[in-house]
Design a protein around this ligand. Structure first.
Ligand code: CXF
Ligand code: ZN
Length: 362
């Protein structure tokens, strides 16, 4: 079938709305009419070839929508169901079989190869196969071809256009707190970088009962929103030494690095008390190195890498939907809507920090 999609023609190029052909639905695939799709930092670093991709390409990996059609072997969802599309894992390795899909060794291949695992393309343009199947969806489009495995069914009572980012950015920040760090009630946490991932982490820290929540961001608008969402302190790293400021509070039990900047990771480690755990969430270029004083981790601190909130999406995303429905995860405060045609503007606004989470409504 044909679908409108936002194609990037070259490294760091503009998005062009174009008619493409979607491949025929396979037995294990799901055709989804996209209702909302968030713009994630990972779409933009792939556009800029920080991760190796080829062009032309269709990105987009925070899609929500309505199931149009399902392949013959699909049992999880049916036409008419509301779904959130998320990341893909292999489903067969030791991690996947243990219910730990974010540690699947195939994660990179399964989400960033631009094609299905058998090498076939899901999107053609003028009969030429192009880079698609991004996170098994390529959802900067009117329709997306997903796999049953990365399709999560959600309740119909909740506005679907807000839910796409639960498939990546929101699950990444919230899950890093709720699934990976698991701070107990009354503990303290510092979040470095208050974009959608960091703010989702702050909402999660508030929900689980952290009583000291420190937000660190260069932008006053983001620090203000962080406070509104539960941060008890907000620091501007351009004004003074943020590590000293956090240490004056006694240091924190947990920290989360959401910027992908190595020097910020160092700060996120050094602001910890002892023991303390730092979660590294921000994506950095391949080969990016960090310098740490060995003694800063020697006495009982640790650093763990967390992707996609260490979540089992079929279990975790419905939990976030319920928190949103109850008003305890106010996604609407983070969201700005655009049409698919306005994607370049949405990207500019995301990059400048004018908006937190741009969501395209094809
Ligand atoms: C990504 C971040 C980089 C590693 C894979 C998962 N998350 C999505 O945006
Ligand atoms: Zn993402």
């Amino acid at each position: 079938m044909r679908s409108k999609a936002a194609i990037v023609g070259e490294k760091s190029g503009a998005f062009k709305i174009t008619e493409v052909e979607l491949a025929d639905l396979r037995d294990d695939e799901v055709l989804v009419r996209i209702v909302g799709v968030g713009v994630c930092h990972t779409d933009l670093i792939c556009r800029d070839q920080v991760y190796p991709v080829s062009f032309p390409a269709v990105f987009g990996h925070e899609g929500s929508g309505v199931v149009e059609k399902v392949g013959e072997r699909v049992t999880k969802v049916a036409p008419g169901d509301h779904v959130v599309l998320t990341f893909r894992s292999c489903g067969r390795c030791r991690s996947c079989l243990s219910g730990d899909p974010t540690h699947c060794p195939q994660t990179f291949e399964a989400n960033f190869s631009g094609k299905r695992s058998d090498g076939s393309a899901t999107i053609h343009h003028h009969d030429v196969p192009i880079f698609g199947n991004f996170f098994n969806q390529s959802s900067f489009a009117a329709y997306a071809l997903a796999n049953e495995a990365n399709t999560v069914k959600v309740r119909k009572e909740v506005p679907l256009e807000y839910l796409g980012p639960l498939g990546c950015g929101i699950q990444t920040g919230a899950g890093a707190v709720m699934n990976a760090l698991k701070p107990p009630v009354g503990s303290s946490i510092a979040v470095f970088g208050c974009g959608s991932v960091g703010l989702a982490a702050i909402m999660a820290a508030y929900v689980v009962g952290c009583t000291t929540i420190v937000a660190v961001d260069l932008l006053e608008s983001r620090r203000a929103l962080a406070r509104e969402l539960g941060a008890t302190h907000a620091f501007d790293p351009a004004q003074g030494n943020v590590v000293d400021e956090i240490k004056q509070l006694g240091g924190v039990d947990y920290s989360l690095e959401c910027t992908g900047i190595p020097s910020v990771l160092r700060q996120a480690v050094e602001c910890l008390g002892v023991p303390g755990v730092c979660g590294q969430v921000g994506a950095a270029p391949l080969g990016a190195e960090v310098t740490l004083d060995v003694n800063s981790i020697m006495f009982g601190r640790s650093v763990i890498g967390v992707i996609e909130g260490q979540s089992v999406p079929d279990v975790f995303i419905p939990k976030l939907v319920e928190l949103y429905r109850q008003g305890r995860f106010p996604l609407e405060k983070l969201t700005t809507f655009y049409s698919l045609d306005e994607i370049d503007q949405a990207v500019r606004d995301s990059e400048s920090g004018r908006v937190i989470k741009a969501v395209l409504r094809p």
